[in-house]
Design a protein around this ligand. Sequence first.
Ligand code: GRF
Length: 211
Amino acid sequence: MPIAVLVSGAGSNLRALIAAAERSGFPARIVLVVANRPSAGALGIARAHGVEALALPVSGFDGDAAARDRAIRDRLLVTGVRLVVCAGYDRVLDRCLLEAFPDAILNLHPSLLPAFGGGMAAVEDALEAGVKVSGCTVHLLAPGATDTGPIVLQAAVPVLEDDDADTLRARIHEQEWRLLPEAVALWCEGRLRREGRRVRILPAPVGQPGR
Ligand code: GRF
């Protein structure tokens, strides 16, 4: 299954996804990585693994984010991408992208949604709120408010007494590296069925190992 990954930053989740995709039997192949920032470390990770990677900053579109997203959409469609994965992508996607890939865009968020959604400081906000448990969420992107799409998978981590944003983020990252490839595999195997706001995970076919 050809998939694309949208990135903005260091790309540790992209690295985890590439590692998973390189294992035999993984049902997805990363055919394209798109960054909204030319400085994104993720671009170098992709290229080092032979994955086509391009930067499409909004500055190349006179600051018109919708025009940039139309360009991303067109590139994804031409490349034959079936699933889009936002792995640390820090822009809200334009409607044109959501409509081109209904129920086919996965997003990763560093909190247990619906807590601490809608912003760029989920880890800091969780600490500030004094929660004892946080984590990460993989969800489907759908039109509407940010970070409200149907939840696919979640993993919880404890918030420890001495945590700061860096230590909590590192603990969450470790779960993300496991959770995102798992969600991608489930999607590609056709094992996610959306029923309204809920996503049902279907059992693995007989004879195939469960995830
Ligand atoms: C992840 O924590 C993700 O949840 C958030 O941005 C971070 C990206 O990290 N949206 P990386 O670039 O994959 O290392």
